[in-house]
Design a protein around this ligand. Structure first.
Ligand SMILES: [Zn+2]
Length: 404
């Protein structure tokens, strides 16, 4: 029974704290705490009385929401026997889940410092301490611990995963790329897209410093990691625009569209601008017409409207709008239709168009253009790295009647 005691107590603490996290259970547990728990523990004839009483006292402190006193009791018990270590690991993790980081850190440090414990147990506690530091935002300390584990080939996969998270939070993109490559080797999971984005981040930094050659070298490294990353072509297009090399701008943006059609709303303004800079607005018009043969982007229709107005080619808009409205009607396409019809409308229709048009304009101005497919974060800005869930390449154009 003595050997089972730590496990039993650990399970009890886990159950009790887990249930306490649900408000509906608190009342039930407070009633239960005052009566039945005492009876249950005291009736257990096989528990060593002194140890059982001390554990019970610790649990009672927890139930009375006095975690500091509970921690003191459990830390003293660690000196009794290494067998209590599982209870302490569980307790430390529970403190972390409750956001009581000082207590979680003390609990795990106490295990690491106990030389009676096996290396394996202390390494497990080191990993947990690293998680505590990470959760507490102590990134330097967490990085040190996880680097030490990874260097010693201890729990390497988890340690590298955590280092990858830390380097991204610290915007240490080169270190992130190195950790991602190491993690790839250990886990067998592909990190190619991640590595490409890390090199893109580095390239953007060099571009901001006007270090064009270094930026281009970093983009080559990104492409070596993942040639199907559309962002690489987009940055190359933007850098070509800096140099006023508009034919290259067009080629790179078209390459990005070939790789990922979701880039359309992101690149179309700059792409049309590049065509204008070489006096080829008609080519831009043709590109959008061709695009709409294969896709049904609202942004493509809106840009077609704009170009048709500028080039006095509204008949081209009429050709595609019927099909577009029939296949995939959206507020944006309806707006284009009203703009098409307003010049030829009779008085009654013109009144209706006059009412609907400003309404649709407001709707379109306020709509979210992009949304993260992982966490649902929506807004008008495109993010390569979602600021909410921190996934890469998860932001997509909003679909539906108000979207694409
Ligand atoms: Zn997200």
């Amino acid at each position: 029974m003595n050997q089972l005691l730590p496990g039993f107590i650990g399970l009890a603490i886990g159950l009790l704290l887990g249930l306490l996290s649900y408000p509906a259970w608190r009342t039930t547990f407070r009633r239960w705490r005052d009566g039945r728990l005492t009876d249950i523990l005291q009736r257990s004839d096989n528990l060593p009385v002194q140890l059982g009483n001390r554990y019970f006292r610790g649990i009672n402190y927890l139930l009375n929401e006095q975690p500091d006193k509970a921690l003191e009791v459990f830390l003293q018990l660690a000196d009794v026997t290494p067998d209590t270590v599982d209870t302490h690991l569980a307790l430390g993790n529970l403190f972390r889940r409750r956001g009581e980081m000082d207590n979680a850190i003390r609990c795990h440090q106490n295990i690491i410092e106990n030389e009676e414990l096996s290396d394996k147990t202390r390494q497990a506690a080191t990993l947990e301490l690293g998680e505590d530091y990470l959760r507490a935002g102590l990134l330097d300390r967490a990085e040190e611990l996880f680097t030490s584990l990874a260097d010693q080939k201890i729990l390497t996969g988890v340690a590298l995963q955590r280092l990858l998270e830390i380097f991204q939070q610290e915007k240490e993109w080169l270190h992130a790329a190195q950790a991602a490559r190491q993690h790839e080797k250990i886990s067998g999971e592909s990190n190619h897209r991640l590595i490409a984005h890390f090199y893109c981040q580095l390239a953007e930094e060099q571009r901001a410093l006007a270090a064009t050659d270094q930026a281009l070298e970093l983009l080559d490294k990104a492409a070596a990691a993942d040639p199907d990353c559309a962002r690489i072509s987009i940055i190359r297009a933007e850098m070509s625009a800096d140099q006023k090399q508009y034919a290259q701008v067009i080629a790179y943006y078209r390459q990005a569209l070939d790789i990922d059609a979701n880039c359309f709303p992101l690149v179309i303004d700059a792409l049309i601008e590049a065509y204008r800079n070489i006096d080829a607005a008609e080519d831009a018009l043709q590109l959008i017409q061709d695009w709409l043969q294969q896709h049904s982007n609202t942004s493509a229709v809106i840009h077609l409207l704009s170009l048709c107005e500028q080039l006095d080619r509204m008949e081209l808009l009429a050709e595609v709008l019927d099909k577009q409205m029939d296949e995939h009607p959206t507020a944006g396409k309806m707006y284009a239709l009203l703009r098409l019809r307003e010049s030829s409308a009779d008085t009654a229709d013109a009144d209706i168009i006059g009412m609907l048009k400003p309404l649709l304009e407001k709707l379109l101005q306020r709509r979210d253009g992009y949304q993260c497919r992982i966490c649902g974060l929506a807004g008008q800005t495109h993010h390569w790295h979602c600021p909410s869930c921190r996934h890469w390449d998860s932001t997509e154009p909003v679909s539906g009647s108000l979207g694409e």
